[in-house]
Design a protein around this ligand. Sequence first.
Ligand SMILES: O=C(O)CCC(=O)C(=O)O
Length: 373
Amino acid sequence: MAPKSAVLARQPARTSGTNVRRVHRPLPADFKNTIAAQRVPAVISGLDIGQAPWTWTPSYLASLDGVPEKLVSVHVSRDPKLDFVRKNFKYVVMPFGELLAKVNDASDDNFYYLRSIGENPRKEPAHALLQFPSFARDLKLPSEFWGSEDNYFSAVVRVSSGDLQLWTHYDAMDNMLIQLHGEKRVLLFPPSVSGDLYLEGSSSVVRDVDDHDRESFPRFARARKAALEVILQPGDVLYIPALWAHHVTALHGPSIALNVFFRHLPTSGYPSKDLYGNADPIAAASALKSINSAIESLKELPLDYRVFYAGVAAARLESELGVESARRALATVNDDTPKSRGMNSRATKGTGVVGTVLSALACLLITRRASRK
Ligand SMILES: O=C(O)CCC(=O)C(=O)O
């Protein structure tokens, strides 16, 4: 593996554009009725989340009571692009203080990433503020945005070396990602492009989101084009609705964040054994299982039969689940006629891709509501 400096020099230039809606201190009820109801990401700014966005540097965290000696399991790699499918990293258990010193040391040739886990990692999810009580001195979670305490699922600390990229993955829960130190770029892929992400489980096989292998992953270009992009700064809170896959890059230097996963569906809709917030809802897991068994049956047939029945099945899924209407809405908006531009109501206003996605989702919701009547 080349030294860290050479790896960084080869990385593609990053764009600084952003097309995720920003909302400043929304009332919780307004957030619920517009942004959360539309199921579209947004950056919430100006919230009173305590002084952590000012105080939480790696050295400060390492000075807090009970933090430096606590053991944490860290992803360690010589490659800045962590890849869950090909596992180009090792898990190394080390004291939190050691990790904080390493991410602060630009001459260290390894890349480090902490995604904190539960106290008893086989039994319970991460509850960062209980596991690190001294964090609560500086950080107040914006719990008013997840409705009720019963919706809370987990709180996860994330510490990353500068330039580290976290593989594209989706979570099955809604998420508030609170950026506390450093900047990061987040790419967000709408649920409508899930089929273009080449998912294995909840992770994408496509390693390089800025220069992907076009021969192996021809459909990824469509997903990349539809992706929203935002640069987060300390104090920003990014709302990521469930099933919006995301890819995260720490920019310029180390990054510290904390995210809260919370339920959007009734509790009974999720598997009880989920530890990471990424297990598919019960109904989806059961559907995917049936699809796997359908695939095994169809594999018994010659290719032309498989092609025919795959087409029938795909068309049935698309029309019965409302996917077709959502696509049609998207195509109308892409025309950018004055009529379609008018579909961007005040509540769903956005620019470019945001407006398109918002309008398509709004149309989908309207179609769904109409079809339920
Ligand atoms: O900010 C990060 O390091 C990753 C965030 C993430 O993947 C998540 O909150 O699900």
